[in-house]
Design a protein around this ligand. Sequence first.
Ligand SMILES: Cc1cc2nc3c(=O)[nH]c(=O)nc-3n(C[C@H](O)[C@H](O)[C@H](O)COP(=O)(O)OP(=O)(O)OC[C@H]3O[C@@H](n4cnc5c(N)ncnc54)[C@H](O)[C@@H]3O)c2cc1C
Length: 232
Amino acid sequence: MTGTEIKTGQDLVKVLDGGFVKLVDFLGGDSRAVDSARVSFGSVSKGEAADRKLIGYLLENGHLSPFEHSVFQFHIKCPIFVARQWMRHRIASYNEISARYTEVHDEFYFPEAFRAQDRSNRQGSQESSSLDQEKMKAVYDRAIKASYAAYKELLDAGAAREMARLVLPVAQYTQFYWSINARSLLNFISLRADSHAQWEIRRYAEAIQTMFRAKMPWTWEAYSELHEKNPR
Ligand SMILES: Cc1cc2nc3c(=O)[nH]c(=O)nc-3n(C[C@H](O)[C@H](O)[C@H](O)COP(=O)(O)OP(=O)(O)OC[C@H]3O[C@@H](n4cnc5c(N)ncnc54)[C@H](O)[C@@H]3O)c2cc1C
């Protein structure tokens, strides 16, 4: 299972069967972090080697506010259950499509394969060859189709969009704009690209990781080295 089409440096990455991560805008970069840190003592860039060293020092010593001056703005399309995990990350700004204003399209996440309950991690899942995938997919497909048909039926019967949507499942795709500074984004990546995070949100975190690396390569390199030495 891959679930993500990533090409390094791309500003739009398709994720899962109908989602995407699009980098809409970016402000700042490695040099902005360096200049923000050096303003403390009235100085700016001292050349690549010294600047990279400074970035490593800042990350290693938890002097993280200089990374708050770089900001990524994304347009995300993901299933609602992924968005619920995502929006726990409070240090960011969100604007989401409203199913009160707009009619929901027939767009639902359909897993490539069902996973079994993980035996050691109560929250997690694991691939399993003993599952009857065909049966599970049929059950899933039936449930999604039934709920969307009920949604349309309620609308046709005169129910408001805000009420008809109550029958829709968390597999439904939603969209939102997400603005987040580089410090908070590293926190998101460290938590959501991690093996403890759910498989689906990890695919998004991996896509975002490639965009972070493209925009702030020195910071990404220093972060990765630290993360390797000291995984969460
Ligand atoms: C694998 C995994 C499993 C999870 N399981 C669950 C679960 O079962 N149930 C559940 O409810 N959540 C769960 N979560 C969500 C988790 O508890 C966090 O809410 C989420 O990961 C956001 O992390 P964060 O608070 O660091 O990020 P942000 O909200 O973006 O905050 C960034 C940082 O700002 C600081 N901060 C933000 N708000 C406050 C505050 N109010 N007080 C003090 N400091 C603050 C903290 O230093 C924080 O790390 C899970 C997360 C992961 C990755």
